[in-house]
Every structure is written in C-alpha cells, then in structure tokens.
Design a protein around this ligand. Sequence first.
Ligand SMILES: [Zn+2]
Length: 283
Amino acid sequence: MTSPISPVGAHVPVAGGLATGGLKYAAEIGAEALQVFVSNPRGWALPEGKPAEDAKLRDGGLPVYVHAPYLVNLGSPTPETLEKSLAAVRHSLTRGRAIGARGVVVHTGSAVTRTYDEAMAQIRDHVLPLLDEIPEDGPDLLLEPMAGQNNMLCAKVQDLGPFFERLDHHPKLGVCFDTCHAWAAGHDLTAPGGAKDTLDALVAAVGEGRLKLVHANDSKDACASAKDRHENIGAGQIGEPPFADLFNHPATTGVPFIIETPGRAPAPHAKDIETLKRLRDTP
Ligand SMILES: [Zn+2]
C-alpha cells in the first residue's frame, strides 16, 4: 500500500466543514496529505460528524490523519482526566474511521505527580483494550513523543521501546515522529549523521514498519531546550538539510510528512510545502 514517495502535507483548518474547508485549504497550499482535528483540540466536547463531509474526505484521494485533542493525557493521575482522555481518543478513532483516516495521533503524555511505572501500568490497563477495539479497517493509533517537559513519559525515541513493550507491540500501534519535539528532547538532527542516527534508534526501539507519520516542523529554540515552539521550515534552528536526510532514510519510505508550522494564511504553509517537496525531490 505504501508508495515509495513520501507525500508532503499539512495540518489544515476545517472551517466550513472537514472536507469542504480542509480539502480546499490543502489544494491552496499544494498539500498531498492532510491532518485534521475532529473536535476542539483544547476542549473535551465530542461532536458528531456530518456524513456528507465524511464521505467527501474519504473519497478525496489524499491520505488523512487525525490529531487527538491536546488535553489528552493517558498517564494522568486524575481519574476524571483519564476518563475524558479515553473518551476523546475513542472518539478520534471512531471519527477517524468514518473519514478514512490512516492514523490517529496521540501525545504520549505525562506522569504528572506519579512515578513512571505507575503511569505506564495505567496506560497498559486502559490503552490495550482501546487498541483491541479498533476494527481491521480502522486507523492506527500513533504515539507522538513529546519535547521532554514536565515528567513526560516519552521524549527520546528510545523511550518508545517501553511503550511498545507495555502495549504488547499491538498491530494497530504506530509512531508519529515530530522533528521539533525530537530536537527539543535532545536529538541533534543537525549533527553529521544526526537525522540517520535518530531514525535508526527509533527503528531499533520499536521495529521496522512502525513509523507511520512525520510531523515536519522547524524549531524556534535550541536542541535539548525541552521547548515545543514550532517554526517554518528552514527558518528555525533545525534548518533545511536534516529534512533532506529524513526523506533519504529507508524508515520514511512512503511515510507522509505533515507540517504544523506557524501562520494561518496559506502563504507560509504553501512555502513550507514547496520547500519540503524540493528537499524530497532533490537527489
Ligand atoms: Zn506534532
């Protein structure tokens, strides 16, 4: 199913409807893949979809991904937060299936006030049943490592190994690799061989074929800053060359690259897409 060329796309605003707004924005900026929210990313409301919009997105011809709300924390020590987080992820998975999404991206979360082992035991208890619920044709659940702030359960790509072990290497489990987060967590993508070493370590931690999506973001901050502030491609501290290295790594073959870069107007996003396509297509 995977084509050798990595589609380059964007997280798109969906004002006017998931398909009507989302596909229009994608076309304006030249996106070959898209990621959407299916609910308010900063709230817990779980809206129903519109069947006509869902069908249009499903038949839109572009790979689609869903990003779960930012508030989700499956490692939370607060029962109410855990319950709402599980409902939100379940909603994203159900809505994702309806729109033909290949994956649902979820942040790996934080232990907050608890020990790492306590949080990870909770994740096993609650996320394993969630993975089992996903139908064969449903989206994968993609774990996205974070920038390394506030007791994060997973920042370095090596931290993905224990996640996969606790979740029994479930067939519906995958990884979303965010370049800004990895950089903030201390992976020096600009060092000679840095991008290759990072993806080699990711594959060593979770096995081949588990990297399903790349979030391609430059960073406003220095490597190992633990700060998650995205920048337009080439305008930040990562710069352009590491993105070319990532495209050239066998682990990203056919894996979409999605930008989550600043700017609401199409212009900066169109430029980011153009830059990434150039880096991808230049031998
Ligand atoms: Zn991201």
